[in-house]
Every structure is written in C-alpha cells, then in structure tokens.
Design a protein around this ligand. Structure first.
Ligand code: 0A1
Ligand code: ZN
Length: 889
C-alpha cells in the first residue's frame, strides 16, 4: 500500500517554475509488465530564477538514465523528485529514461492496463507516474509521441494531435508517431494502445474546415456509439454558433475504457471516457444514461477551449475550467432540450444535483471555497463545489451582464488569455471589463467573494403589503454559516430573480419605487448588503413573492410563506422552477413535521388535491409533472435538520409515498395509461418525459399493490418488465418491483441478470438497484453484503465498486445507518481495503461519513468509532487521510 507523505499545499505559496519545458519527445516501448519510456525535452531556465535547481516530479517509476545535452550528469532523487543542479544557463536538452509497470497500476492514474489494453489518465498528477516532469499546469510544451507495441494485441496506437507516421517493426511489433502542435500542460497528455474498433465521421464546420471524428470502443460495443457521435457533432455546432469557438484539430478522438476513476477526460484531441458516459443504445441504456452521455461528451468537447486553449495556472484555479465548462454543458443541454418547459426541467434537475451534493458539502467538514486555499491531495478537490457551485458562479455572472454581455465577456477572455494558464480572477475580470457599467463591473470585488468564501448563504425574505398605499416592501437579509477556517463572512452579491403573484393567479407588473418605468413581470434585484429593502409601488393586491426564480443564486431561501401562498405559487407562478420549488417545500414541510413529531406522515387533502391538479394538468409537460410528484430525497430532508435520525426520515418519507400511492391511485392509473407508450424509442425530451412519468406512476401502483397484497398491478409490472422494448421501460418496471419489495422481484432480477450478463454497464445497474432499494428490516443491507460475494463483483473496477458501495453508503441512508453499527463497520473495512488498491476511489467512499457529527445517537458514536478505526491505520494514502482527518477535526 502506498503510504501518504504529502504536506499541505497552499494557494498563496504559488511561484513560477524554475524552468520552462518547451518541447517533449516521448517514446514508449509498451509492455504491460515493464514499459520503457524515453523522454527528451528542451528545457529553458526561467530568467526570473537564475541558477535554481530543477526538481522534476516522479512517482512509482524506475529511473535508468539522465542526460543533459547528451552527457550523463549527476543527480539525486529526494522525496520522489529528481533533483538536477548546476544546469546550463541557456536552453538545453534533457533526456530521461524510466520504466513502469502498467499492469500493476491499480490506481488508474498514469499509464495502466484495462481489459488488456493500455490507457492513461494524467489529470491531475498522473503524468509524473509516466516520466519525471514539471507536472504542473502552467508548464506548457508541444509533444511528439512515438508508440511501439505488439501489433496483434495492440493494433490501435493513439496519442494527442495528428498521426504523422506509422509502420511495422521486427518481432511482430508496430509503431505510430503522433504530433500535437498545440502547447499543452502535462495533464492533457494521453495515449491508448489497444484492440479497438471505431465509428468515424467527417464533418465540415462553419469555417469550412474538415475534421475527422472518431469513437473507439471494444468490438462488441460499436452499436452503442451513435448517440455519442451525434452528441459530439451537436456540441461542435453549438460552440461555433453560441461562442464562435471552432474545433482547432484535424482529428478529434474519443476512446471508451471500462476502468476509470471519473466520468471522462478532456485530453487534447484524445478524450478518454468511462464507458458509462459514452456507450448508449436503447436496448441497454436508460434515458438518464442518454442524457448523461450527451452532457459528458459536450463537457469534454467544450473543455477544448475552456480548459485546454486556456488552462489553469495552478490546481487552486480548477473551477476556472470546471465551473465554466459545467455551465457551458448545462447551457448546451438546455438548448438541446428545446422548449421553455424542457429547459426548465433540465434546470430543476441541475439544481436538484447541486442541492443533493454541493449543499451538504458546503455544510460539512470538507466545505471549501470554489477556489480552495489549501489541499493535501488535489484529487479530493474534484468536488461538487468546484464543479457545480463553480457553474452557478458563472451563471450568476451571466445573469448580471445578460446573454449578449456574457458572450462579449467570453470573447474578451479568449482575446486576453488564449494559449495561457490563467486564474479565476482573470476570468471574472474579463467578463466585467467587457460589460462596463454592469452590476458585475460595479461590484466585482464583492462578487469575487463567491470564489473565496465557502458555505451556502441563507437569504431571509420578509414582505409587507400596505393596501392603502398599494405598496409592497420586501426586506431581504443574508447570512452565511461559518465553515472550517472561515468563522465569519462578508456579504455576497446575490442576484435575486423575482416576480409577484397575486392570489388570483396574476403575475404582477413590477414597479420599483423611484424608477420611472415598470420592469415587467420578472426582474433581477441585486442583494449585496447584509440587509436591503426594496419597495414596489402600484401593487393592486397583496402579492405572494416568487423569489430566486430559476434558482438565480446558490443560496437557501428561508421563506415565511404559508401553505396557501405556496399553493398559489404551485398553481400560478410563471416561473416553472418556483412552481416545482413550491411543491418541494410543501412536501418537505410535511416530512419535517412528521420527523419531529410522531414519525408518521399524515398527508392532508389539500396537498393531495394540489398534486392531483398538477398530475392531471392538461398543459404541463410529463417531465415536469414527474419532477413535481417526486418527493424530496432523504438526504435533502436531512439537510434541514439539526440532528439527523436517518431511520425516522426514512419512515416519514416511505409513509408519505405510500399514502400518495394510495390517495392518487386512480390518477396514477390514468397517468400510466396515458404515458406508457409501446412505440419506437427516441431520446428526445418529450418522449423521455413521458417514459419518466409512466415509470413513476408504475412504481406507485406497484407499491400500492404490493403493500395491499393486491396482485393486479404487481402482475402488470412484471408483464411490462418482460414486454418492454427499451431499457428505460424495462428497468423502470424492474425498479418498481424491487422498490416495492414485491415477491416477484427476485424472479425478475434473476431473469434480468441472465439476459444482460455480458453487458457490464447493465450489470452495474443490476447491482445498484438492489443496493438502493428502500430498506426494510435490514434485508437490503444483508443483500448488499451477499452481493459482495457475487462472481460478477469486484473492487478493482470503479464502476462496479461504486454500483454497490457508493449506492449503499451515499444513496441509501436507511440501509447504511444502522443501530447495530454494521453499516459503519462495513464502510471502514471497505475504505481500508480499497485504499490499498485505488486511493481515489477509497477517498470518495470515505466521504460517506462527512456528516457523522449531525447524526443522532446511537449512530453518532458508532460512526465516530469507525472513523477513528480508519484514522488509526498508519499506512493510509494522502487522499483518504485528508478526508478522515477533516471529518474528525
Ligand atoms: N477533467 C475531467 C475530470 C477528471 C478529473 C480527474 C481525473 O482523474 C483523476 C479524471 C477526470 C472532467 O472534468 O471531465
Ligand atoms: Zn471538466
């Protein structure tokens, strides 16, 4: 096991490198057991640091030779770094030979093998596991790469850029030479040598240039690449059209690999993808998978500009590329969805993700600013805060300068920084400078607190109506809870998109006191002080405020609205996001009341009637209905409690679900029959919405049937499972059976496994469905433990490990948090076990315990004991050590 040795790295300590590496000529003799790497660089001393030694990063590689300008030199290796002193004061050539063992690389960082092929992952610090280098993003070089490997086993040889030469060699080997003309940081280097097939297409872009697009996969997977290719083509067109950003490469390649720690990687011209985010066809992938493929393909493609052409100066600036690129992929997916209502659905889904992942992070021991101040293991900072909250920051800038203003800002950003390694500050500056006089430009310094202060701000709103003066005053205040290392915060600049809705359903004209003209029915107030009052005039009747429309800032809005006001918004708000939000608040309120009192939810008629009205609404889209009728998750409920008893939350939510299944029975039947098509499959937003609602309805009907021992709907669900013509419907029916603990579920699970035993991604679903089933008398936990012994289970493939372990520890609180502590014991054992194989994967699992301090007893003490047991291990990786130490601090 690799023992962690790192010390804390701080943002304020940034200094330029001692040298620049301008060109890299890399040659690989690929052998799974021992690969030889020859690295010839041209190196230039940084004139600002004359005479400084050169310290090159390395990890788990064997050094065999070092030459400076062709001559052997003396060197030493110190803390994994290769140190060279007394180097020439002018540019010089440096040659380094090393070997590594790809087949032993279970961490999946650097050069590793998967299903018999070679793949690389270099972000963030993987390149140093391939060769000694200044492995930091501000060192940018052009690369020439020569690959040599056995021709039969590794017929495809790929690297970044353009193929300039290929041919045969003695001994059954062949070679290929690739040159990438774009200077890039080492984290964007990639190579692939494997037995793959490809789908390819030539496209001509607006500028009239021709490009070759290729997607490489294993032989059996070619029929799952059409959707990714379409998504790629759509992404290229979108970026040209929206931002005037064109593909700058003759060839753009995507490669699928089944062993991968994250979603995908934007290596220049050679994106490498987790199979889960590239392969999809109707028979094996669900609508959610199709949506994920579209957005991840777009995300990686968009990185070509936001990430690769302009990269990050240091890893603290990670959100410069990630927040911006997530914002861009969210915009793209909204545009692809089309109708205003489908766009709103996508927005609601994105906010749900943010609240489920990022809000808890901001409220726990791992809370960090979007631009962190320090880290032990940078891999731990590929977080929802850097990605999703980072995207919200970009979205707020977009709101403050407007669509056209934002495009102008992006243009200026590229004019200033193309080809550079930049900072978050420089990005915000460019957007502001392109929009002088805008709210952003006026308050830029205060706005930038979003980058430096962690924590989710709370906004309280208090409204008062004066009937006599027909005035409505809205008092907005903001606070932000303390986070580790940041006891007090300065006010944030919060764009508050809003409107006023009258009790009769009209959305009112908004006329602010002192302004000559009304602003229409929707406006953006900017809250930049701890407290501000906004007065609206000519208000004909007491309104309900609709605040934070479209979720205009990543804050918690603490509302004083009563049920009636929320019912008004649910029915009449012009803003679909706030309609959905009103339903969530109504449900949340009832769940919290139950958790705090009897533990059982009593669903009132008013609530049922309101939900029925949405479900049966003649104009609302099915996708939107599905979101409104889906109850807040157990995790989201927990967020609203000081002391969390996961079992009580589970009981409250399950009883509410059951009551809604029963009370709306006829409406669910109607919804199912209206939306369960049996026609051909198309992954468009409307059909996806219909399938989602049909599946929700079927789940409710099956649950109602199973609980009442009424076999009708359980039988129909099984039939649906057998007859389905696509994976969304088949898996939806299977989930309905499993989640309602129907007796027929086991039979269906067995059949499903037999049918898809050769489809790894489907088997992952099969594992996680069982691991995420609502806990009932400990049965789910027992089954998860049994599934660990299943012949298909392995901890070495991250997708498979996650399908069971993350599903339990992160997504199934009632199965995980057990009074007998067995869930925590299991967690600790797995974290320790996986840390010896793959520290990045282990540290993700370790985070399942982030919120132990808020647990009720007996969970809290038991969780602490499990954490201490992990902490007591002396040979933990830096990754896991950082997470556990923070949790216990
Ligand atoms: N830059 C990639 C994410 C990524 C990060 C680290 C990885 O390996 C440790 C792999 C991928 C993205 O945002 O898509
Ligand atoms: Zn990214």
């Amino acid at each position: 096991m690799r023992e962690g040795t790192a010390t804390l790295i701080r943002r304020e300590d940034y200094t330029q490198p001692s040298h620049w590496i301008r060109t890299v000529d890399l040659s690989f003799d690929l052998d799974p057991a021992k690969t030889l790497v020859i690295n010839k660089m041209t190196v230039e001393p940084n004139p600002e640091q004359p005479g400084a030694p050169l310290r090159l990063d390395g990890e788990d590689i064997n050094l065999t030779r070092v030459l400076v300008d062709g001559e052997p030199v003396s060197f030493r290796v110190e803390n994994q770094q290769l140190v060279l002193e007394n180097l020439p004061s002018q540019a010089f050539g440096l040659e380094i030979r090393t070997t590594c063992a790809p087949e032993k690389n279970t961490q999946l960082s650097g050069l590793y093998t998967s299903s018999g092929g070679f793949f690389t992952q270099c972000e963030a610090l993987g390149f140093r596991r391939i060769t000694y280098f200044l492995d930091r993003p501000d060192v940018m070089a052009t690369y020439k790469v020569t690959l040599k490997a056995d021709k039969v086993r590794f017929p495809v040889l790929l690297s970044n850029g353009n193929l300039v030469e290929e041919g045969s060699l003695d001994g059954g080997k062949h070679y290929a030479v690739w040159e990438d003309p774009h200077p890039k940081p080492s984290y964007l280097f990639a190579l692939v040598a494997a037995n793959l097939v490809r789908r390819e297409q030539r496209v001509r872009t607006r500028l009239g240039h021709e490009h070759l697009l290729q997607i490489y996969v294993r032989a059996g997977d070619l029929d799952k690449t059409e959707h990714a290719m379409n998504s790629l083509i759509a992404s290229i067109a979108w970026d040209e059209h929206t931002y005037g950003l064109s593909l700058d490469l003759e060839r753009f390649m995507i490669v699928a690999v089944s062993d991968f720690n994250m979603g995908a990687m934007e290596n220049k011209g050679l994106n490498i993808f987790n199979t889960k985010f590239v392969l999809a066809n109707p028979a094996t992938a669900t609508d959610v998978d199709f949506g994920n493929v579209e957005s991840v393909v777009a995300h990686e493609y968009f990185h070509n500009w936001t990430g690769n052409r302009v990269t990050c100066r240091d890893w603290f600036q990670l959100s410069l590329k990630e927040g911006l690129t997530v914002f861009r992929d969210q915009q793209f997916s909204q545009d692809m969805a089309g109708s205003p209502s489908a766009r709103a659905v996508k927005r609601i889904e994105d906010v749900r993700t943010l609240r489920q992942l990022q809000f808890p992070e901001d409220a726990g021991p791992m809370a960090h600013p979007v631009r962190p101040d320090s880290y032990l293991a940078i891999d731990n900072f590929y977080t929802a805060t850097v990605y999703e909250k980072g995207a919200e920051l970009v979205r707020m800038m977009h709101t403050l300068v407007g669509e056209q203003g934002f495009r102008a800002g992006m243009k200026l950003y590229f004019e200033r920084h193309d080809g550079q390694a930049a900072t978050c500050d420089q990005f915000a500056q460019a957007i502001a400078d392109a929009n002088p006089g805008s709210e952003l430009a006026q308050r830029l310094d205060a706005f930038k607190r979003w980058y430096s202060q962690a924590g989710t701000p709370r906004v309280q709103a208090h409204g008062e109506y004066n009937a006599e003066h027909r005035q409505y005053t809205l008092r907005l205040t903001q606070t932000c809870p303390a986070t580790p290392g940041q006891p007090s915060k300065q006010p944030f600049v919060i764009p508050v998109a809003m409107g006023l809705v009258a009790a009769d359903g009209r959305n009112l004209e908004l006329h602010l006191e002192g302004e000559a003209l009304p602003r229409g029915k929707n406006t953006v107030l900017v809250l930049s002080e701890a407290e501000q009052v906004f007065t609206f005039v000519h208000v004909p009747a007491e309104p309900v405020p609709s605040l934070m429309r479209g979720f205009s800032a990543p804050v918690v809005l603490e509302t004083e609205l009563g049920d009636d006001a929320l019912f008004t918004l649910l029915q009449h708000d012009h803003d679909p996001f706030n309609r959905w939000e009103a339903a969530q608040k109504l449900a949340l309120r009832r769940l919290l009341r139950a958790v705090r009192t009897t533990g059982q939810t009593e669903v009132d008629e008013h609530f049922v009637v309101a939900l029925r009205a949405v479900l049966r609404h003649p104009e609302l889209d099915a996708a939107f209905k599905e979101l409104v009728l889906t109850l807040p998750s157990e995790g989201y409920v927990a967020e609203h409690l000081e002391v969390v008893d996961p079992q009580r939350i589970h009981a409250a939510r399950e009883t509410m679900k059951l009551q809604l299944a029963h009370a709306l029975h006829d409406d669910w039947v109607w919804a199912y029959e209206q939306h369960a098509d049996n026609g051909g499959y198309s992954p468009d937003a409307t059909s996806m919405g219909r399938r989602a609602l049909a599946n929700l309805a079927l789940g409710m009907l099956c649950l109602d049937g199973a609980t009442r021992h009424n076999p009708v709907w359980v039988g129909r669900t099984l039939q649906r499972f057998k007859d389905a013509t696509n994976m969304t419907d088949r898996f939806g029916a299977l989930a309905a059976l499993v989640n309602s603990h129907a007796e027929l579920a086991d039979q269906a699970l067995e059949r499903f496994h037999a049918q898809y035993k050769d489809e790894a991604l489907v088997i992952d679903k099969w594992f996680s469905l069982q691991a995420m089933a609502p806990e009932k008398d400990g049965q789910v936990f027992a089954r998860i433990k049994a599934l660990m012994q299943h012949p298909d289970f392995t901890l070495r493939t991250p997708n498979r490990a996650r399908s069971l372990l993350m599903a339990l520890c992160q997504s199934n609180p009632a199965a995980f948090h057990r009074a007998d502590a067995a869930g925590y014991v299991f967690w600790a054992d797995r974290v320790i076990e996986i840390d010896g194989i793959n520290p990045q994967l282990a540290s993700r699992l370790a985070r399942a315990m982030d919120h132990w301090r808020r647990l009720a007893e007996p969970y809290r003490s038991a969780a602490q004991e499990a954490l201490k047991r992990v902490a007591a291990k002396t040979d933990l990786s830096d990754d896991v050590r950082e997470i556990i130490t923070r949790a216990l601090q």
